[in-house]
Design a protein around this ligand. Sequence first.
Ligand SMILES: CC(=O)N[C@H]1[C@@H](OP(=O)(O)OP(=O)(O)OC[C@H]2O[C@@H](n3ccc(=O)[nH]c3=O)[C@H](O)[C@@H]2O)O[C@H](CO)[C@@H](O)[C@@H]1O[C@H](C)C(=O)N[C@@H](C)C(=O)N[C@H](CCC(=O)O)C(=O)O
Ligand SMILES: Nc1ncnc2c1ncn2[C@@H]1O[C@H](COP(=O)(O)OP(=O)(O)OP(=O)(O)O)[C@@H](O)[C@H]1O
Ligand SMILES: N[C@H](CCC[C@H](N)C(=O)O)C(=O)O
Ligand SMILES: [Mg+2]
Length: 496
Amino acid sequence: MQLKELAQTLVVSRLIGDGSTNITGLQIDSRQIQQGDLFICITGQVSDGHDYAATAVQKGAVALVVERILDLNVPQLLVENARDAMAALACHYYGYPTTDMKVIGVTGTNGKTTTTNIIEHILRYNHKQTGLMGTIQMKIGNEYTVMERTTMESVQLQHAFSQMRDVHTDYCMMEVSSHALDMNRVKGIRFRTAVFTNLTQDHLDYHVTMDNYHQAKNLLFSRMDNTYYADENKRQYAVLNADDPAYKLFKKSTAAQVITYGIDNECDVRASKISITSQGTEFTVTTFAGEAHIQMKLVGKFNVYNTLGAIAAALLEGIELSEIKNSLKEINVIEGRMEVVDGKQDFLVLVDYAHTPDGLRNALSTISEFAEGRIITVFGNGGDRDRTKRPIMGMVAAEYSDYIYVTSDNPRTEDPSAILQDIVPGLVEAGYETDKYELIVDRQVAINKAIAEAGPKDVILIAGKGHETYQIIGKVKHDFDDRLIAKSALEARGLL
Ligand SMILES: CC(=O)N[C@H]1[C@@H](OP(=O)(O)OP(=O)(O)OC[C@H]2O[C@@H](n3ccc(=O)[nH]c3=O)[C@H](O)[C@@H]2O)O[C@H](CO)[C@@H](O)[C@@H]1O[C@H](C)C(=O)N[C@@H](C)C(=O)N[C@H](CCC(=O)O)C(=O)O
Ligand SMILES: Nc1ncnc2c1ncn2[C@@H]1O[C@H](COP(=O)(O)OP(=O)(O)OP(=O)(O)O)[C@@H](O)[C@H]1O
Ligand SMILES: N[C@H](CCC[C@H](N)C(=O)O)C(=O)O
Ligand SMILES: [Mg+2]
């Protein structure tokens, strides 16, 4: 594609140099440049992409998108904000792929991965060609790729959507993180449906206040343009959790049709008669399309919420409630979400991705509903992330646990033992006795100890890392999988 064609998508940009230059790719990272790329210089928080433009040109970039003219002998497209411009350029370059499929976006502090996976399961079960993008993996056709980020940059997203279009994808279910909304990574995506799960504390390192965080989430809903299309396939929907007060802002600011779900408040898709065991969950769902009794292997009240959001989204696609019910019966536990580590033991070992105060509370309160023995919690907090959630998670753990191993999550560039120390004030504030917890920096040692000392009917919750197969210490990613470590600890006791 010629540079001038891309430039035309941005009315107020200024093109300096030869507009007929042929562009064969878009790239934001100088380390990944290929011959013929247009290098987009992003002014970031850590580095400035403009500083890497010369290297990018040396490596084969044939033109630049810049926020200030650089002294380099290649055509340059001058824009006010490169990240913003990038979303428009990416949509055009890849031929607006999200207008050729239905994209169902899910946002919220917790439950995005779970909800997207449930919707994907229902639609695939009902013979739709599906795609998936999120924390664990991306699915294009039948190919799965492990992901680094929950929501990628716009160039990567639009590229992935174009690949999905190539394999005739009907629906893409995607997680939409607040970072992505705030940084315009998802600008230009046409969402068929946007689902809101919940809003609780996380990411205050980035958003600083809960109000900013709420406003970032709101961008998903406020950018939905219009619901009044004659063509049913073009209508847009907002599926909102009516039990979370944050939904009111989204309801007010969206032009999409609003469908609410919940348990406690009056709403359009509502669950009642909920029964939870360690094996699964049952409930009755009352919807605008009838009533059904749902049985599934996912456990916990929070998974009832995730499922309600998914049921609403699927009903909007014309899937019969009876078919939704059948497909939910078949759904398996989502990787790293209340995942049971099985052996011959007479206690339960669960690996869960709870890494926020609300996530941990939900995981532990669910366990407390069926635990017959002690509840033993192994958890920590990620480094270089929201520090204010650490003592709160300590308080939550103290509220439900009989014993706690405070340990490392992904320390990243922080001092691991200092992170553990940040959790302790929460335990103290909760009045938790000092002989009921210990601090063990090495997560493997903590997991081994928890399993070595477990007794009959105890439940061990290993929280925070879920599906992750690594641990980031400093800047190094080490192999680490809570489930494999738990298994080897069981083996050491002769219980595998
Ligand atoms: C806070 C945040 O999200 N930052 C992301 C953002 O960083 P930034 O804008 O500050 O960019 P930067 O790192 O300063 O770099 C500026 C530019 O220089 C370029 N560069 C840099 C170095 C170089 O050698 N060559 C080069 O070209 C970079 O590619 C970039 O284009 O853009 C970068 C490029 O895409 C991301 O790597 C970076 O992710 C950081 C590492 C990160 O950890 N992000 C997490 C918090 C995140 O996004 N999480 C959410 C999920 C949260 C959730 O829901 O739980 C997610 O969607 O994954
Ligand atoms: N609806 C929910 N409400 C509260 N907690 C939940 C909910 N769903 C899941 N959780 C808890 O949060 C953890 C993470 O769930 P999930 O991976 O689905 O969330 P996410 O929003 O995708 O997280 P991330 O922001 O890391 O992508 C689960 O392991 C569980 O403990
Ligand atoms: N998407 C979340 C994941 C946190 C997972 C936890 N294991 C950690 O490393 O803090 C984040 O980037 O904040
Ligand atoms: Mg996720």
